[in-house]
Design a protein around this ligand. Structure first.
Ligand SMILES: NC(=O)c1ccc[n+]([C@@H]2O[C@H](COP(=O)([O-])OP(=O)(O)OC[C@H]3O[C@@H](n4cnc5c(N)ncnc54)[C@H](OP(=O)(O)O)[C@@H]3O)[C@@H](O)[C@H]2O)c1
Length: 301
């Protein structure tokens, strides 16, 4: 498949398609100036991005919406050009009376049926899941009366966490993997395992980058899109937003793809240890990225 800046969509099992490159938009709301997301999404659209990843729990989804509306009003894009992935829900992660997160209350099959109803009502074009393991995917796929299969599974995926088994399972079931934290996260200690080394300093990624006059970030992104994994790097820096888009003018050899695959450490940066980390420090609203229920279902609208 030859991928270009203008044409890099891949098909979804429901007949729609998804751009292989999107802009991630999670940034710590306590450390990020208001309006950064708005400006970044506008720059991204001007750069050529047509896929934006957001969520209510990122506290900036309204800025994403405003940016898209402004770009439509300017005549730069049409609404149908944009693949917006949101994670539905109008509440932050549920907690019990002691403020502890409620983990196991959700009936994922019933929630999936609600997602199907959203699609049938025309509220979402495509519906998918996030942070589902094989067992959870099988639960949905084998659900009696399943109307719509999940088209995608958004999970952590990058050269240090390549997800070979989940990727194979998803390929067999026509489920696209959307790789989050494709650059190895922002290394925010409140939700990231920072004992795992920084991905972008990796010598192999840097050596390959040197050969193509590309950065390690560009190589890491190219690696995933070249194997059909969607990437949603987050940047609110204009230069890096543009840099991350410059991944369609080179390709990695089979040998380089294998070398990068061999970097897999099977270690996640994004651990589900928020609760423990939260209790170890003062509770803040910034700790919203725990991939619990609101982030477990995704839809493109
Ligand atoms: N479903 C889920 O559970 C889930 C979980 C985590 C993330 N996500 C989604 O995935 C998106 C991406 O993941 P992420 O934000 O964890 O991490 P990421 O995209 O791997 O990395 C973001 C970090 O890398 C920096 N960066 C961006 N481009 C760079 C470049 N070319 N060179 C060097 N540094 C660069 C960014 O800083 P600057 O902004 O300063 O450039 C930011 O600190 C999120 O924003 C969110 O939309 C979903």
């Amino acid at each position: 498949m030859s991928l270009t800046a203008e044409r890099h969509r891949i098909p979804l099992s429901d007949g729609n398609s998804i751009p292989l490159l999107g802009l991630g938009t999670y940034a710590d709301p306590q450390k990020t100036p208001k309006g950064s997301c708005l400006e970044s999404v506008k720059i991204a659209i001007d750069t050529g991005y047509r896929h934006i990843d957001g969520a209510f729990v990122y506290y900036n989804e309204h800025e994403v919406g405003q940016a898209i509306r402004e770009k439509i009003a300017e005549g730069r894009i049409k609404r149908e050009d944009i693949f917006y992935c949101g994670k539905p829900g109008d509440a932050i992660y549920p907690t019990d009376e002691n403020g502890k997160m409620i983990y196991h209350e959700t009936d994922l099959c019933a929630t999936w049926e609600a997602m199907e109803a959203c699609k049938d009502a025309g509220l979402a074009k495509s519906i998918g899941v996030s942070n589902f393991n094989r067992r959870q995917l099988e639960m949905i796929l084998n659900k009696p009366g399943l109307k719509h299969k999940p088209v995608s599974n958004q999970v952590e995926c990058h050269p240090y966490f390549t997800q070979p088994k989940l990727l194979e399972f998803c390929r067999q079931h026509d489920i696209v993997i959307v790789g989050y934290s494709p650059l190895g996260t922002s290394r925010d200690e409140t939700w990231v395992n920072v004992s795992s080394p920084p991905l972008l300093k990796d010598p192999v990624l840097n050596a390959i980058g040197k050969k193509y006059n590309k950065t390690s970030a560009q190589v890491a992104l190219r690696f995933n899109i070249q194997r059909g994994v969607v990437v949603i790097p987050k940047s609110f820096n204009p230069q890096r937003i543009r840099e991350n888009f410059q991944i369609f003018d080179f390709s990695l050899t089979e040998k380089e793809m294998k070398e990068i695959e061999a970097l897999n450490k099977n270690v996640r940066y994004v651990e589900l240890l928020m609760e423990e980390k939260r209790s170890a420090r003062q509770r803040t609203v910034a700790s919203v990225t725990q991939p619990l229920s609101p982030e477990n279902l995704t839809c493109s609208i």
